[in-house]
Design a protein around this ligand. Sequence first.
Ligand SMILES: C[S@@+](CC[C@H](N)C(=O)[O-])C[C@H]1O[C@@H](n2cnc3c(N)ncnc32)[C@H](O)[C@@H]1O
Length: 366
Amino acid sequence: MPDPDRPHLWPSVGEYPIYDAFLYHAMLADQHRNAVFRDAVLRQAPGATVLEIGCGPDLLWSLYAAEAGADRVVAIESLDDSVRRAEELARDRAPGRIRVVAGLSTEVTLPDRASLCIAELVGCIGGSEGMARVIEDARRRHLCPGARVVPHRVRTMAAAVCLADLMPDGPGVPEILVPYVESVFRAAGGFFDLRMCVGGVGYEAIRSTTAAVEDLRFNEGDYRQGGDLRLTMTRPGGVDGLLLWLDLQGRAGGERLDTLATRTSWLPVYVPLVGAEPMTLDPGDVIELRVTSELSADGIHPDYRFAGSVRRTDCRRIQVAAESLYAGSAFRRSPLHAALFSAEKPVDPDRASRARRPSDPAEVRP
Ligand SMILES: C[S@@+](CC[C@H](N)C(=O)[O-])C[C@H]1O[C@@H](n2cnc3c(N)ncnc32)[C@H](O)[C@@H]1O
């Protein structure tokens, strides 16, 4: 497995229905994530009617809600294997208290509305797993007016970064993770410049001020996805991309979890910036980008695009652009993807089903 203290690349997998025991275990073992959700659930579940969307096989938040004294708990899950495991757990651990429903929350019909919705559908870019659309749909069809949602707020922050300096030997996906790359290609219907995360980095990696590219306030129905981004260089050096990470709050007034300061299973996303020239910037240079977020063809998962320029302190401007898509046809367009998927290192989406998956969850945990 990659050394957790050294920068390494991972495909972003949460957007696709390719969860396996290994990925679920990585979330189950994520104590920082779990502490934020547990606190929010324990405080708000007593007496509530609860709907969990995407309970996975471990039924974590539904079990906490039932133990905390929720009136009734319904848990929806779309993956069959996970549904079966969740049903067993519900029978063993909270007999008669949790009803597991198979299907997508956006497609199932439920007899009753809930007063508390718990949904850990938070992507490595907060909204990339489609949580904004899923919660909008849940408010229309599954929730009471004024129902509370956990998490309360998810912001995705951005700053300038230089991957070439973080990985001086060149970018590469660890062999053990290649099956996930192939699974993403299969799920997305073909090769494209898939979203990549970078593990083993913290605040020391960034070279500019920070700003939010997305702000999802689930309890206010306020979903800002995109806008104008202004990053001022604070350190001299190369810049070849943006680093995106989460600032997440489980409940109003609760502790915030910053995933660049604290290692969690939400790895920061690296978005390669394609510029007119390689960029070595100085403190004071400003990267100005218009960020747009549009739903991809499936109507749930957003695509993110960035376009703008770098304004140097000597008034020169360099045009830059970037994209982070759910699926698509552009393959090897970005310098990162051209380097990762060179002709000598082909990837095979048909191999995914028979490829070895890591069997020891400890292998995957950054
Ligand atoms: C990030 S995992 C979270 C699993 C578990 N709740 C946890 O926090 O450890 C998201 C889960 O939600 C499921 N899922 C995603 N969107 C869904 C939807 N709209 N309806 C039902 N299940 C969904 C996925 O299959 C996956 O099991």
